[in-house]
Design a protein around this ligand. Structure first.
Ligand SMILES: C[S@@+](CC[C@H](N)C(=O)[O-])C[C@H]1O[C@@H](n2cnc3c(N)ncnc32)[C@H](O)[C@@H]1O
Length: 246
């Protein structure tokens, strides 16, 4: 299953506050080192080539990484995994770059390098993920993270949600058999919606066996900014792990 790229429209925010000098520099100078160019229609990306510097054991994908806390945390803990992050919001991309280089504050000296202790195992697609998904080879992704996706609560906007049949078909195509699709949300309606969409999809099986499997963070979890916000505001996240079974 592939998207009709001529028909896709993006509805979220692409820009926020003006980036301070250090973040601007990170976007101008560091992003090009790890950026994935928009693939031409019909092209396939070569993941082995993309991550040949680390001889990656597996490839993971995070969609809508926001400030990049989870992506930065997972990449630090899993140095033999090539991780692709997609995010359209440029301030979020800049925040990820700050995590990767350790240049958080304005005026921090950026020396063109990753933070000490890091390996070069993250690649970024800073456009609508659907422009990249078509180019990802079948069965190449071992873990796919969709964390705190925009809920689009109005019924008339349901087709803007990330967890819809059309996207699940594509997720299924790119995921390996037995691969993981992790959807996390603190929005009860979105959780209900996702459970329903995924229960209808023949390629995914919910891995939860007991309540703590969805009510508690999984063992390999890394906090995200939205998760912290949800907890501060008294909303409990639901952690839904699905296995790609076909
Ligand atoms: C509610 S935020 C959650 C951010 C992050 N995952 C977290 O938990 O902190 C959802 C993010 O998904 C991004 N996003 C939504 N649709 C996207 C798309 N089609 N391609 C890439 N990013 C997308 C948005 O820009 C936004 O930053």
């Amino acid at each position: 299953m592939k998207f009709d790229l001529s028909a896709i429209k993006f509805y979220g925010r692409r820009k926020g506050k003006t980036l301070h000098n250090t973040r601007k520099k990170l976007v101008e100078e560091f992003l090009p080192k790890i950026n994935i160019a928009r693939p031409n229609e019909g092209d396939e990306v070569n993941l082995d080539e993309m991550f040949n510097n680390i001889n990656a054991k597996e490839y993971w994908l995070e969609i809508g990484f926001g400030g990049g806390e989870h992506l930065a945390g997972q990449s630090l803990k899993n140095k033999d995994i090539g991780i692709i992050g997609c995010e359209v919001f440029i301030n979020g991309v800049a925040s990820l770059l700050a995590h990767l280089t350790g240049c958080y504050e304005d005026g921090t000296k950026y020396d063109g390098k990753l933070e000490q202790d890091r390996v070069d195992n993250v690649r970024v697609f800073s456009e609508d993920v659907r422009r990249l998904l078509n180019a990802i080879p079948d069965g190449s992704i071992s873990k796919l993270f969709v964390l705190f996706p925009d809920p689009w609560p109005k019924k008339k906007h349901a087709n803007r949600r990330m967890i819809i049949e059309e996207n699940l078909d594509v997720f299924s195509r790119i995921l390996k058999k037995d691969g993981l699709l992790r959807v996390v949300s603190d929005d009860r309606n979105y959780v209900r919606w996702s459970l329903y969409q995924l229960s209808k999809h023949k390629d995914f099986e919910w891995s939860a066996k007991k309540a703590s499997d969805w009510s508690k963070p999984p063992k390999d979890w890394v906090n995200t900014r939205y998760e912290q916000k949800a907890r501060r505001e008294g909303r409990k996240p639901f952690y839904l792990d699905y296995k790609k079974i076909k």
